[in-house]
Design a protein around this ligand. Sequence first.
Ligand code: SAM
Length: 290
Amino acid sequence: MFPFFQLWHEKTPDALVLSDRGSLEDKRCQCAKECGIQSRFARVVQTLFSRVIRSLNWSRSTVATNANENITATGYDAWAPIYDDRDPSTWLDEPFLLQQLQPFPGCRILDLGCGTGRYLRRLTSGLYRLTAIDLSRGMLARAQRDSQSLDVRWLQTSVTSLPFQPNSFDRIMSGLVIDHVTAPKHLFSQIAAVLAPNGRAVVAGVHPDMQRLTGSNIEVESDKGAAHIPGHIHEVTELLAAADEAQLKVEVLEQPRVTPAMVERRPAWKRKLGCPALVLLALVKHGRKG
Ligand SMILES: C[S@@+](CC[C@H](N)C(=O)[O-])C[C@H]1O[C@@H](n2cnc3c(N)ncnc32)[C@H](O)[C@@H]1O
Protein backbone atom coordinates (compact mmCIF):
# COMPACT_ATOMS: atom_id res chain seq x y z
CA MET A 1 0.00 0.00 0.00
CA PHE A 2 2.74 2.42 0.88
CA PRO A 3 4.65 2.29 -2.44
CA PHE A 4 1.39 2.84 -4.30
CA PHE A 5 0.58 5.83 -2.15
CA GLN A 6 4.04 7.26 -2.68
CA LEU A 7 3.84 6.78 -6.42
CA TRP A 8 0.45 8.43 -6.51
CA HIS A 9 1.68 11.34 -4.51
CA GLU A 10 4.87 11.91 -6.44
CA LYS A 11 3.29 11.64 -9.87
CA THR A 12 0.16 13.65 -9.36
CA PRO A 13 0.19 15.97 -6.39
CA ASP A 14 -2.83 17.72 -7.90
CA ALA A 15 -4.85 14.58 -7.31
CA LEU A 16 -4.98 15.73 -3.72
CA VAL A 17 -7.48 18.38 -4.71
CA LEU A 18 -10.93 17.15 -3.81
CA SER A 19 -13.86 18.49 -5.77
CA ASP A 20 -16.36 17.03 -3.36
CA ARG A 21 -16.65 14.32 -0.76
CA GLY A 22 -15.51 10.97 -2.15
CA SER A 23 -13.93 12.16 -5.37
CA LEU A 24 -10.50 11.54 -3.91
CA GLU A 25 -10.87 7.83 -4.57
CA ASP A 26 -11.77 8.42 -8.21
CA LYS A 27 -8.73 10.60 -8.67
CA ARG A 28 -6.55 7.95 -7.14
CA CYS A 29 -7.93 5.29 -9.48
CA GLN A 30 -7.38 7.61 -12.42
CA CYS A 31 -3.89 8.24 -11.20
CA ALA A 32 -3.14 4.55 -10.94
CA LYS A 33 -4.12 4.16 -14.59
CA GLU A 34 -1.88 7.03 -15.59
CA CYS A 35 0.95 5.47 -13.67
CA GLY A 36 0.41 2.21 -15.52
CA ILE A 37 -0.64 0.27 -12.45
CA GLN A 38 -3.35 -1.89 -13.94
CA SER A 39 -2.82 -5.12 -12.11
CA ARG A 40 -5.40 -6.83 -10.00
CA PHE A 41 -3.12 -6.30 -7.05
CA ALA A 42 -3.22 -2.55 -7.60
CA ARG A 43 -7.03 -2.59 -7.70
CA VAL A 44 -7.15 -4.54 -4.45
CA VAL A 45 -4.74 -2.05 -2.92
CA GLN A 46 -6.84 0.88 -4.16
CA THR A 47 -10.00 -0.61 -2.71
CA LEU A 48 -8.35 -1.23 0.64
CA PHE A 49 -6.86 2.25 0.61
CA SER A 50 -10.22 3.83 -0.20
CA ARG A 51 -11.84 1.95 2.67
CA VAL A 52 -9.20 3.16 5.07
CA ILE A 53 -9.66 6.74 3.86
CA ARG A 54 -13.44 6.44 4.17
CA SER A 55 -13.16 5.03 7.68
CA LEU A 56 -10.89 7.87 8.74
CA ASN A 57 -13.07 10.40 6.88
CA TRP A 58 -10.10 12.62 6.14
CA SER A 59 -7.31 12.13 3.72
CA ARG A 60 -3.78 11.70 4.81
CA SER A 61 -1.48 13.43 2.39
CA THR A 62 1.61 15.53 2.84
CA VAL A 63 1.96 15.98 6.57
CA ALA A 64 4.85 17.64 8.38
CA THR A 65 7.25 19.19 5.90
CA ASN A 66 10.14 19.56 8.35
CA ALA A 67 11.33 18.57 11.83
CA ASN A 68 9.78 21.65 13.40
CA GLU A 69 6.34 20.68 12.07
CA ASN A 70 6.82 17.10 13.27
CA ILE A 71 7.36 18.35 16.80
CA THR A 72 4.31 20.64 16.49
CA ALA A 73 2.11 17.79 15.26
CA THR A 74 3.26 15.49 18.05
CA GLY A 75 2.65 18.21 20.63
CA TYR A 76 -0.87 18.91 19.41
CA ASP A 77 -1.63 15.19 19.23
CA ALA A 78 -0.83 15.02 22.94
CA TRP A 79 -2.77 18.20 23.69
CA ALA A 80 -5.86 17.38 21.61
CA PRO A 81 -7.89 15.45 24.24
CA ILE A 82 -7.57 18.25 26.82
CA TYR A 83 -7.25 21.31 24.54
CA ASP A 84 -9.52 24.12 25.80
CA ASP A 85 -11.11 25.80 22.78
CA ARG A 86 -13.39 28.02 24.88
CA ASP A 87 -10.85 30.14 26.74
CA PRO A 88 -11.61 33.90 27.00
CA SER A 89 -9.33 34.83 24.09
CA THR A 90 -12.09 33.40 21.87
CA TRP A 91 -14.13 36.46 22.91
CA LEU A 92 -11.69 38.50 20.84
CA ASP A 93 -11.22 36.59 17.59
CA GLU A 94 -14.65 35.01 17.05
CA PRO A 95 -16.57 38.31 16.67
CA PHE A 96 -13.82 39.51 14.30
CA LEU A 97 -14.11 36.32 12.25
CA LEU A 98 -17.87 36.59 11.99
CA GLN A 99 -17.71 40.24 11.01
CA GLN A 100 -14.82 40.02 8.54
CA LEU A 101 -15.20 36.69 6.76
CA GLN A 102 -18.34 37.79 4.91
CA PRO A 103 -19.15 34.46 3.26
CA PHE A 104 -22.01 33.98 0.80
CA PRO A 105 -24.18 30.90 0.18
CA GLY A 106 -22.19 28.23 -1.64
CA CYS A 107 -18.94 29.93 -0.65
CA ARG A 108 -15.83 27.71 -0.68
CA ILE A 109 -14.22 28.15 2.72
CA LEU A 110 -10.86 26.78 3.84
CA ASP A 111 -9.90 26.57 7.52
CA LEU A 112 -6.12 26.53 7.81
CA GLY A 113 -5.05 24.80 11.01
CA CYS A 114 -8.61 24.05 12.08
CA GLY A 115 -7.62 22.52 15.43
CA THR A 116 -10.78 21.33 17.18
CA GLY A 117 -12.96 22.93 14.49
CA ARG A 118 -13.84 25.96 16.64
CA TYR A 119 -14.11 28.40 13.71
CA LEU A 120 -16.05 25.95 11.55
CA ARG A 121 -18.71 25.60 14.23
CA ARG A 122 -19.22 29.38 14.27
CA LEU A 123 -20.44 29.23 10.65
CA THR A 124 -24.05 28.56 9.70
CA SER A 125 -24.42 24.86 9.02
CA GLY A 126 -25.31 23.77 5.48
CA LEU A 127 -24.66 27.09 3.72
CA TYR A 128 -21.02 26.70 2.66
CA ARG A 129 -18.57 24.24 1.14
CA LEU A 130 -16.09 23.63 3.93
CA THR A 131 -12.56 22.26 3.82
CA ALA A 132 -10.40 22.03 6.92
CA ILE A 133 -6.75 21.12 7.23
CA ASP A 134 -4.48 20.52 10.19
CA LEU A 135 -1.10 18.98 10.84
CA SER A 136 -2.23 17.08 13.91
CA ARG A 137 -4.14 13.86 13.54
CA GLY A 138 -5.34 14.18 17.16
CA MET A 139 -6.78 17.66 16.60
CA LEU A 140 -8.48 16.53 13.39
CA ALA A 141 -10.02 13.56 15.18
CA ARG A 142 -11.42 15.85 17.84
CA ALA A 143 -12.64 18.38 15.26
CA GLN A 144 -14.45 15.65 13.42
CA ARG A 145 -15.99 14.29 16.62
CA ASP A 146 -17.12 17.74 17.77
CA SER A 147 -18.43 18.93 14.40
CA GLN A 148 -20.69 16.10 13.32
CA SER A 149 -23.47 18.43 12.26
CA LEU A 150 -21.17 19.96 9.63
CA ASP A 151 -20.26 18.57 6.23
CA VAL A 152 -16.50 19.15 6.06
CA ARG A 153 -13.67 17.75 3.96
CA TRP A 154 -10.89 17.01 6.46
CA LEU A 155 -7.29 16.87 5.33
CA GLN A 156 -4.15 16.16 7.33
CA THR A 157 -1.54 18.40 5.77
CA SER A 158 0.58 21.44 6.47
CA VAL A 159 -0.40 25.04 5.87
CA THR A 160 3.09 25.50 4.46
CA SER A 161 2.43 23.10 1.59
CA LEU A 162 -1.15 23.49 0.44
CA PRO A 163 -2.30 20.73 -1.93
CA PHE A 164 -4.88 22.82 -3.78
CA GLN A 165 -5.19 24.32 -7.23
CA PRO A 166 -5.00 28.11 -7.64
CA ASN A 167 -8.27 29.96 -6.92
CA SER A 168 -9.83 27.02 -5.09
CA PHE A 169 -11.39 29.05 -2.27
CA ASP A 170 -13.47 32.21 -1.83
CA ARG A 171 -12.69 32.58 1.87
CA ILE A 172 -9.86 31.42 4.10
CA MET A 173 -9.78 31.54 7.88
CA SER A 174 -6.87 30.69 10.12
CA GLY A 175 -6.87 30.90 13.90
CA LEU A 176 -3.71 30.90 16.04
CA VAL A 177 -1.57 29.03 13.53
CA ILE A 178 0.66 31.75 12.13
CA ASP A 179 2.70 31.83 15.34
CA HIS A 180 3.66 28.18 14.70
CA VAL A 181 4.91 28.98 11.22
CA THR A 182 8.50 30.10 10.71
CA ALA A 183 7.88 32.24 7.60
CA PRO A 184 4.63 34.27 7.46
CA LYS A 185 5.65 35.47 4.01
CA HIS A 186 5.44 31.91 2.72
CA LEU A 187 2.11 31.29 4.46
CA PHE A 188 0.59 34.43 2.96
CA SER A 189 1.85 33.55 -0.51
CA GLN A 190 0.21 30.12 -0.12
CA ILE A 191 -3.03 31.80 0.95
CA ALA A 192 -2.88 34.18 -2.00
CA ALA A 193 -2.28 31.31 -4.41
CA VAL A 194 -5.34 29.29 -3.46
CA LEU A 195 -7.66 32.26 -2.86
CA ALA A 196 -9.88 33.43 -5.73
CA PRO A 197 -9.47 37.04 -6.94
CA ASN A 198 -11.19 39.40 -4.48
CA GLY A 199 -11.36 36.53 -1.99
CA ARG A 200 -11.02 37.31 1.71
CA ALA A 201 -8.81 35.79 4.39
CA VAL A 202 -9.20 36.27 8.13
CA VAL A 203 -6.06 35.49 10.11
CA ALA A 204 -5.67 35.56 13.89
CA GLY A 205 -2.36 35.10 15.66
CA VAL A 206 -1.09 35.37 19.21
CA HIS A 207 0.21 38.92 19.62
CA PRO A 208 4.03 39.21 19.80
CA ASP A 209 3.75 41.25 23.03
CA MET A 210 1.78 38.41 24.59
CA GLN A 211 4.36 35.90 23.37
CA ARG A 212 7.11 37.97 24.98
CA LEU A 213 5.12 38.05 28.22
CA THR A 214 4.23 34.35 28.41
CA GLY A 215 6.92 32.78 26.22
CA SER A 216 6.39 31.83 22.61
CA ASN A 217 6.70 28.06 23.08
CA ILE A 218 3.94 25.97 24.60
CA GLU A 219 4.60 23.26 27.16
CA VAL A 220 1.81 20.71 27.49
CA GLU A 221 1.28 18.20 30.29
CA SER A 222 -1.08 15.41 29.28
CA ASP A 223 -1.77 11.71 29.89
CA LYS A 224 0.75 11.05 27.14
CA GLY A 225 3.45 12.94 29.07
CA ALA A 226 5.05 16.33 28.56
CA ALA A 227 5.08 17.85 25.09
CA HIS A 228 6.81 20.89 23.72
CA ILE A 229 5.26 22.93 20.91
CA PRO A 230 7.54 25.50 19.29
CA GLY A 231 6.20 28.99 18.65
CA HIS A 232 7.65 31.88 16.65
CA ILE A 233 7.38 35.58 17.31
CA HIS A 234 6.38 37.67 14.30
CA GLU A 235 6.21 41.42 14.74
CA VAL A 236 3.07 43.10 13.42
CA THR A 237 5.16 45.06 10.91
CA GLU A 238 6.57 41.77 9.60
CA LEU A 239 3.04 40.39 9.12
CA LEU A 240 1.92 43.52 7.28
CA ALA A 241 4.95 43.45 4.99
CA ALA A 242 4.43 39.73 4.34
CA ALA A 243 0.78 40.30 3.38
CA ASP A 244 1.75 43.16 1.10
CA GLU A 245 4.40 41.07 -0.63
CA ALA A 246 1.83 38.32 -1.23
CA GLN A 247 -0.50 40.87 -2.89
CA LEU A 248 -2.95 40.62 -0.04
CA LYS A 249 -4.43 43.99 0.93
CA VAL A 250 -4.75 44.51 4.68
CA GLU A 251 -8.30 45.76 5.01
CA VAL A 252 -8.53 45.60 8.81
CA LEU A 253 -5.92 45.24 11.53
CA GLU A 254 -6.93 44.91 15.17
CA GLN A 255 -4.80 44.23 18.25
CA PRO A 256 -7.31 43.61 21.07
CA ARG A 257 -6.05 43.59 24.65
CA VAL A 258 -6.85 41.36 27.61
CA THR A 259 -9.85 42.93 29.37
CA PRO A 260 -10.86 42.94 33.05
CA ALA A 261 -13.77 40.60 32.17
CA MET A 262 -11.31 38.08 30.75
CA VAL A 263 -9.21 38.25 33.92
CA GLU A 264 -12.35 37.83 36.01
CA ARG A 265 -13.02 34.58 34.12
CA ARG A 266 -9.37 33.52 34.34
CA PRO A 267 -7.81 35.05 37.50
CA ALA A 268 -4.45 33.51 36.59
CA TRP A 269 -4.36 35.94 33.66
CA LYS A 270 -3.98 38.96 35.97
CA ARG A 271 -0.48 39.72 34.78
CA LYS A 272 -1.80 39.76 31.21
CA LEU A 273 -4.35 42.51 31.85
CA GLY A 274 -4.02 45.23 29.21
CA CYS A 275 -1.50 43.30 27.12
CA PRO A 276 -2.39 42.96 23.42
CA ALA A 277 -3.64 39.38 23.17
CA LEU A 278 -4.09 38.81 19.45
CA VAL A 279 -3.25 40.21 16.03
CA LEU A 280 -6.36 40.09 13.85
CA LEU A 281 -6.08 40.62 10.11
CA ALA A 282 -8.74 40.81 7.41
CA LEU A 283 -7.02 40.44 4.04
CA VAL A 284 -8.32 40.75 0.51
CA LYS A 285 -6.64 39.29 -2.54
CA HIS A 286 -6.15 41.83 -5.26
CA GLY A 287 -8.72 41.38 -7.98
CA ARG A 288 -6.45 40.42 -10.85
CA LYS A 289 -6.58 36.93 -12.38
CA GLY A 290 -4.17 34.21 -11.32
C1 SAM B 1 -3.65 26.95 18.79
S1 SAM B 1 -4.36 25.74 17.75
C2 SAM B 1 -5.68 26.68 17.02
C3 SAM B 1 -6.73 25.82 16.41
C4 SAM B 1 -7.92 26.56 15.80
N1 SAM B 1 -7.56 27.23 14.57
C5 SAM B 1 -8.49 27.56 16.76
O1 SAM B 1 -8.27 28.76 16.55
O2 SAM B 1 -9.13 27.15 17.71
C6 SAM B 1 -3.19 25.65 16.42
C7 SAM B 1 -3.50 24.54 15.42
O3 SAM B 1 -2.65 24.72 14.30
C8 SAM B 1 -2.19 23.47 13.87
N2 SAM B 1 -0.92 23.69 13.14
C9 SAM B 1 0.25 24.16 13.60
N3 SAM B 1 1.14 24.24 12.62
C10 SAM B 1 0.51 23.78 11.50
C11 SAM B 1 0.93 23.61 10.15
N4 SAM B 1 2.15 23.90 9.72
N5 SAM B 1 0.03 23.12 9.27
C12 SAM B 1 -1.25 22.81 9.68
N6 SAM B 1 -1.67 22.96 10.93
C13 SAM B 1 -0.80 23.43 11.85
C14 SAM B 1 -2.03 22.67 15.15
O4 SAM B 1 -2.01 21.28 14.89
C15 SAM B 1 -3.26 23.13 15.94
O5 SAM B 1 -4.37 22.34 15.68
